[in-house]
Design a protein around this ligand. Structure first.
Ligand code: FNR
Length: 187
């Protein structure tokens, strides 16, 4: 599974949350944290000459993934520019959207009380357009109080841990439901 974290800073709360989530998943899941901070800014003319090397690497990671987990901060009531840039790159060239059909779950954390609600609403609109089956529930808008999740992803509170574990179990079922193997046979 590919994991996209919308923040590249070392102390990212959202990276801690992503590590916590991946640590709670069933053993059969494996995760690749995709690097987003070395992707150039999207440019349609650059794309016309072919994917730059870092974008080609990212494309390979998404092609290989059975599902995508996105954990993002909120920046000015939307997703971060870095995450949007990554989504834009693989949506092109026209007719070759790499995101199509990839099951996705989203989550976010902030130090404040709103916990990325507005960013996730924007993200849902984008993912719908990208044709990605997006898990609706449970929603994860985590207000991260100091010490709740360590930088390594250890969760201090049992209730939070159980909630996040349930989220990952649901995501596992969501992927199975939307994978090719789980899809009804086509006539
Ligand atoms: C923020 N932050 C923020 N928080 C929020 O709840 N709603 C918002 O709209 C914004 N806007 C915003 C814009 C910019 C440019 C910055 C730098 C920050 C605060 C943000 O949630 C906080 O910095 C998080 O800790 C960022 O996530 P990471 O980097 O810790 O994962």
């Amino acid at each position: 599974m590919a994991v996209l974290v919308g923040s590249a800073r070392p102390g990212s709360l959202n990276r801690s949350l992503a590590k916590a989530l991946t640590g709670l998943a069933d053993a059969e899941f494996s995760f690749v944290f995709s690097r987003l901070d070395d992707l150039p800014l999207f440019d349609q003319d650059v794309l016309a000459a072919g994917f730059p090397p870092t974008v080609a690497r990212f494309h390979g990671e998404i092609d290989a993934a059975h599902g995508v987990l996105i954990v993002t901060p909120e920046h000015n009531r939307s997703i971060t520019a870095m995450l949007k840039n990554a989504l834009d790159w693989l949506s092109r060239p026209a007719g070759a959207n790499a995101w199509t059909g990839k099951p996705v779950a989203i989550a976010g954390a902030s130090a404040g009380r709103l916990g990325t609600v507005a960013a996730q609403q924007h993200l849902r609109a984008i993912l719908g357009y990208l044709d990605m089956p997006t898990m609706g529930q449970p929603e994860v808008y985590l207000s991260l109080t100091p010490g709740l999740i360590s930088p390594e992803g250890e969760i201090a509170d049992e209730g939070t841990k159980a909630f996040l574990q349930g989220y990952m179990q649901k995501f596992h079922r969501w992927i199975a439901r939307h994978s090719d193997a789980g899809a009804p046979a086509r006539a």
